[in-house]
Design a protein. Sequence first.
Length: 276
Amino acid sequence: MEAQKPNVPAGKPAAKNKQTTNVPGIKNASWVILICAIVCVLLFIFWFGNDMHFDEDGHPQNLWGTVYKGGFIVPILQTLFLTVIVISVERWFALSAAKGKGNITAFVANVKAALKNNDIAKAQDLCKKQKGSVAAVVSAALITYKEMDANTLLTKEQKIANLQKQVEEATALEMPALQQNLPIVATLTTLGTLVGLLGTVMGMIKSFQALAQSGAPDSTELSTGISEALINTAFGIATGAFAVISYNFYTNKIDNLTYAIDEIGFSIVQTFAATH
C-alpha cells in the first residue's frame, strides 16, 4: 500500500479575525436629522410663536417674533443648521479618537525608526500606546509582517504582496468610518442656501402681493413679506457657510490621517522588502 503523504499547509496566510473600525461615531445620521427636526419645530411653535413676542395686533415686538414671521421655511432651515452643528461636533470627537492619543507626526517618525532598526516589538508597543486609526492600520500590518517573516513556504514576492494587501485592507476598513456623515454636510452646503433662497422668493411674493392691492398698500403684509424674505436669506446663508467651513476643515483632517497611513504603510512594505 502506498504510504499516505503528510498534509502540507498551503502557502496562504493564516485566517485573520474579523476586524472592526477604531473610529467611533454616529452610524445612522437619519436619527440626528429627525431629532433636530422635532426640536426645531417645537422651538418654532412654542418659543418663537409665543404670544409674549407679539403685540395685540400680532406684530412682532422683538427678534424672536420677527423670526417667527419668517414662515414655515424657518424650522426647515433651523433643522438644517442644527444638523450641521451636531454632525460637526460628532466628527470632531470621532476624528480626535481616530488620530490617537499622541502627536501623529511623532508617532509615524518613531514607528519608521523602529522599523529601520527591525524592532517590530517596539513598533507594536508604540501602536498600543497611540491607538486610533493610524495605529490600527500599522498594528494590522505588523501582525502580517511577523507572519510573513516566519513563513517559509511563500516566495519573497508573495510575502510582499500579502503585506501590501493587508495594509490596503486595513486602510479600506478605516476610511469609510473617517468620512462617515461628511456627505450629509456636503449636501447641506448647497441645500441650506437653496432652501433659504426659496424662503426669500416666497417672502418677496407676499411683499409684491401687498403692493399690488388696489389703493394704499398693506404695510403690515408688506413688512411681513420682507421679514420672511430676509430671515430665510440669513438662515440659508448661515447654514451654507457653516457647512462649507465644517466640510473643508474635516476633509483636511482626514487627508492628513490618510497621508500618515499611506506613508507608514509604504515604509513597512519597503522595510520588509529590504530586509528579506
